[in-house]
Ligand binder design. Structure first.
Ligand SMILES: Nc1ncnc2c1ncn2[C@@H]1O[C@H](COP(=O)(O)OP(=O)(O)OP(=O)(O)O)[C@@H](O)[C@H]1O
Ligand SMILES: [Mg+2]
Length: 160
């Protein structure tokens, strides 16, 4: 259970897709078995762009399609397997039971777009990133999660 005293919030300005990708690189360096990264934001906010940057940093060279229709894509990386979910089309949180989320977290880490569609299936200790569109190229990232993530976002290195 994550308590308020153990969590943090940050707002980072992302001037362009390159800044979003740099944020993904930072997250990738800390990703461990059992981690959930919940990616929120409207259509086209940049959730898949951020997920792709995380996977690329972890040496995934294959095509990384949006899992909008498959709901989940699995990637082997040198450190740990990563599952990338897009729950946009999930209408009933009970469908999540069939998507192997618990097993995925035992074996590796998960990136989840549209976590709002998962009801209470998203772990309390997820790193939550909400992308807000502020312009054609610019986004804000509102980040919250367990304290162990805080240090990588301490300096507003991605703001321009
Ligand atoms: N700063 C930025 N960060 C991320 N994407 C950006 C940024 N500026 C512009 N874009 C563009 O916005 C689009 C984001 O698309 P993306 O598929 O990542 O969104 P999404 O949030 O996954 O949408 P969906 O909900 O449909 O899955 C891309 O075309 C990308 O190039
Ligand atoms: Mg997407």
């Amino acid at each position: 259970m994550t308590t308020d005293s153990q969590s943090f919030t940050r707002r980072i300005a992302l001037a362009d897709p390159t800044a979003t990708m740099a944020l993904g690189t930072m997250i990738a360096t800390r990703l461990q078995v059992g981690d959930t990264v919940a990616l929120k934001g409207d259509l086209g906010a940049g959730k898949t762009t951020l997920a792709r940057a995380i996977l690329r940093t972890l040496a995934v060279t294959e095509n990384v399609p949006s899992p909008t229709f498959t709901l989940v894509q699995t990637y082997e990386t040198p450190g740990l397997p990563i599952r990338h979910y897009d729950l946009y089309r999930v209408e009933n949180p009970r469908e999540i039971d069939e998507l192997g989320l618990d097993e995925a977290l035992e074996e590796g880490a998960v990136l989840i777009e549209w976590p709002e569609h998962a009801g209470n299936h998203i772990p309390d200790d997820a790193l939550q990133i909400t992308l807000i569109t502020t312009g054609a190229q610019s986004r804000l990232a509102d980040i919250t999660g367990p304290a162990r993530w805080a240090s990588i976002f301490r300096e507003d290195a991605h703001a321009r």
